[in-house]
Design a protein around this ligand. Structure first.
Ligand code: AHR
Length: 551
């Protein structure tokens, strides 16, 4: 076994074991009010009955919703690309080798932006290996996942696929083994029309029109000792600034994201972000955050009641990272406010070691094929709510990942099925539109160690003024009790309920598979019409619900 990957895996394993220990210790009750609007919004959290009140005032909003808040991620990892979205030998593929069923599902979902090609993969990736005639492309050892990379799918294939899928690329750059010059060359290859070395190479490769890729990630998790090319924060900050400078010389219209901390489990959490930004603040537009949650010893102690509250710790991470961005802004006296790109988030804790993360030098091995259950889907619903509530600073977020690898969509040779986490993600994409509402929610609470008083019912909402549609997203974290909800329409009462869907069940550990693809599936939820400026309904225990009204 490759010694470096083995130590990377050891580090990750330790981090997975120790991670929230460190995070949890920081979650002192005295400051919980500051980190989560999810908690702040439970103003009268001392309510003792199980009645919940949601006050909606359409004049009170948090921010316009950037659709990129519901992006996703496809890495050259396991069966995400090969056997996932691309499989030229499959009867289910089109002339480009794109899996038609997978493409159709992603188009239907309406994913606005997809991060590519990694992830850990990108830090050892030479983009030149993945362009030009396919028969000349070299097979390489991907050291990040110990996998053989055929390079049959590369930049042009991905950008062609994005157009077919109706999505935009969020391109990752190699700032591990790659240089700022190579990063700028890729921008020139993708975005310059013609008449330069790299743009003419693209044209020779058969792509006359520039791709005009706008969003770029300057490296991946460069704070992590597992990362190829890992370096100190100041070194990375200088490298990111240089890459950004060279890239902007090629195309000044780019939106650039510096690589922030890999999560609160890192010893260098926040200090990394500060040092990086001290070097590159003026050159970038956003800063990345990553986070994976688990119902395990590290994160929840295996306690589902706590697990379902972990979206609040995502909000704390956002608040802390925003604070660092604004601290450096102050140091620099900069007029510019950075936004955040939460470009990896999900549940991931089962497939984190051994063969699940080691390709053993094979092509398209089964890696990170996490099986999601009902409780995972409920937490993903909560995480969607948290992202919505932070839409004023988080402008991009990517559910990591999209197909086969820690994914909502699973494919095999004969078709696909949808994992439980697909549904809350799909509802966010479908129903969260326009402005995010600043709701006032009164809910009873329960005690969670390190998270203090946690509301039983967590609510987020959006309002599309143009379309006259309003949606509420409600997580009932109570494992045993239904809760009565009263929505108080403070300034505008909806005319009628357009649609409602609910995810719940008796078995929190139930999951879908090719054999039982509908074991966990949404049910329709009928909320009654408003009467006297109020709407009342009951939320079942252990549930995530979306209701959409017309105004
Ligand atoms: O998404 C899986 C991996 O998680 C990514 O490659 C890496 O960036 C993160 O550690």
């Amino acid at each position: 076994m490759d010694q470096r990957s083995s130590s990377r895996r050891k580090f990750l394993k330790q981090a997975f074991q120790l991670g929230t220990g460190c995070c949890a210790a920081q979650l002192s009750p005295s400051i919980t009010h500051g980190f989560a609007q999810g908690i702040a919004q439970t103003a009268s959290s001392s309510a003792t009955t199980n009645g919940v009140k949601v006050y909606v005032d359409t004049r009170r909003t948090i921010a316009p919703l950037d659709r990129n808040l519901f992006g996703s991620f496809l890495e050259h990892l396991g069966r995400a690309i090969y056997g996932g979205i691309y499989d030229p030998a499959s009867k289910l593929s089109d002339a480009n080798g794109f899996r038609k069923d997978v493409l159709h599902q992603i188009r239907e979902l309406g994913v606005p932006i997809i991060r590519y090609p990694g992830g850990n993969f990108v830090s050892g990736y030479n983009w030149l290996d993945g362009v030009g005639p396919k028969q000349n492309r070299v097979r390489q050892l991907d050291k990040a996942w110990d996998t053989i990379e055929s390079n049959q799918f590369g930049t042009n294939e991905f950008l062609t696929w994005c157009k077919a899928a109706g999505t935009l690329p969020l391109m990752g750059l190699n700032l591990g083994t790659g240089t700022p010059e190579e990063a700028a060359a890729l921008v020139e290859y993708c975005n310059v029309e013609k008449g330069t070395h790299w743009s003419d190479l693209r044209r020779q490769h058969g792509f006359a029109d520039p791709w005009k890729v706008e969003h770029w990630c300057l490296g991946n998790e460069m704070d992590g000792p597992w990362q190829i090319g890992h370096m100190l924060a100041t070194e990375y900050g200088l490298k990111a600034a240089d890459a950004a400078r060279q890239m902007r010389y090629v195309d000044p219209s780019l939106k650039l994201i510096a690589c922030g901390s890999s999560g609160p489990f890192m010893r260098t959490y926040l200090e990394w972000d500060r040092e990086v930004l001290e070097q590159c603040y003026d050159y970038v537009d956003g800063l990345s955050l990553h986070r994976y949650f688990g119902n395990n010893e590290r994160d929840s102690g295996g306690d589902t009641a706590k697990y379902l509250a972990l979206n609040l710790s995502m909000e704390r991470q956002i608040a802390e990272t925003v604070a660092v961005c604004d601290l450096v802004r102050g140091h620099k006296r900069s007029p510019k406010k950075l936004w955040l790109s939460f470009d990896e988030w999900n549940v991931w804790y089962r497939t984190t070691g051994g063969d699940a993360v080691d390709g053993h030098r094979t092509e398209a091995p089964q890696l990170l094929e996490e099986v999601y259950n009902l409780e995972d889907a409920l937490l993903v619903g909560g995480l969607i709510n948290s992202l919505l509530r932070n839409a004023d600073r988080v402008k991009i977020a990517c559910l990591a990942q999209l197909v086969n690898v820690i994914a909502p969509i699973m494919s095999d040779a004969n078709g696909l099925f949808l994992q439980t986490i697909y549904f809350p993600y799909c509802w966010g994409l479908q129903f969260a539109r326009g402005d995010v509402l600043n709701l006032l929610v009164e809910s009873s609470t329960y005690e969670v160690q390190e998270l203090d008083h946690v509301a039983h019912v967590d609510v987020a909402g959006s309002l599309d003024r143009g379309e006259g549609k309003l949606a509420l997203f409600l997580l009932n974290r109570d494992l045993s009790k239904a809760h009565d909800v009263e929505v108080v329409w403070e300034d505008a009462t909806p005319a009628r309920v357009l649609t409602g869907s609910l995810l719940t069940g008796d078995d929190l550990k139930a999951s879908n598979s090719f054999a039982t693809p509908k074991k966990v599936a949404p049910q329709s939820f009928s909320a009654p019409a408003a009467s006297g400026g109020r709407t009342q309904f009951e939320l079942p225990a252990r549930s995530y619900t979306v209701v959409q009204w017309s105004l």
